[in-house]
Design a protein around this ligand. Structure first.
Ligand SMILES: Cc1ncc(COP(=O)(O)O)c(C=O)c1O
Length: 205
């Protein structure tokens, strides 16, 4: 498309969506394809969720909502985090948005200035680096391998942190590797950050 901003034209097309599109085209040609790209469930939305959405429309939940989300919903999320995850977050610490990508875009665009560095452990979900580019930040990729179960080590993190570090993505369990950091591994990474003296944000996706 002509006339889009340099910011937008610098972004790469989502490889996930490109692969998904390709698999649809191949399926349309009658080719037997197993599509492992988009993380789409292989079942439809359960009936009770459909019913609740229809009920909400009939109850006229169709006007502008408060920006962070309806208070009852924020309270319900706070209760869920306490009950199921043993996490204490008040309703005033929660913001509802349209999916994880929207939340991450909000966070990156709110935090990252031109030239700020964001640490991205690889392999990573495709949109992280594009969001940082959009905010004119610099991606600092930490490569991993099967030898470390595709997890970064405290030594690697120590080398990656600079005075320009603003944030780090942490996806555990990870998409795409499935790797899960243990409590001890997370504590070791937290210790490196604490000792660095750099004030940075951890974006836990
Ligand atoms: C690690 C990760 N983060 C974020 C997203 C985006 O999630 P959403 O569809 O809720 O925007 C995905 C989607 O696959 C993902 O795998």
């Amino acid at each position: 498309m002509e006339n889009v901003s340099q910011r937008v034209s610098s972004l790469a097309i989502s490889q996930t969506l490109a692969m998904s599109q390709k698999s649809r085209e191949m399926q349309a040609q009658g080719i037997d394809v197993i599509n492992l790209s988009v993380g789409e469930p292989d079942f439809n939305t359960p009936q009770h969720i459909k019913d609740a959405a229809i009920q909400a429309i009939n109850d006229n939940y169709s006007h502008y909502s408060p920006v962070p989300g309806y208070p009852q919903l924020l309270k319900a999320i706070s209760n869920k985090l306490k009950k199921e995850n043993n996490l204490e977050y008040g309703a005033d610490q929660i913001i509802v948005s349209n999916g994880a990508k929207h939340s991450l875009a909000n966070v990156i665009l709110s935090l990252v200035n031109k030239g700020d560095e964001v640490i991205v452990p690889a392999p990573y979900w495709v949109s992280y680096v594009e969001l940082v580019k959009l905010a004119e930040g610099t991606n600092v990729i930490i490569e991993t391998s099967i030898d470390s179960d595709f997890k970064i080590t405290p030594e690697q993190l120590k080398r990656a942190i600079t005075s320009k570090t603003k944030a780090m993505f942490l996806c555990s369990p990870s998409n795409p590797s499935g790797s899960l950091y243990s409590k001890g591994e997370l504590e070791a990474l937290a210790k490196v950050i604490e000792e660095s003296g750099v004030e940075m944000y951890i974006l836990s996706d």
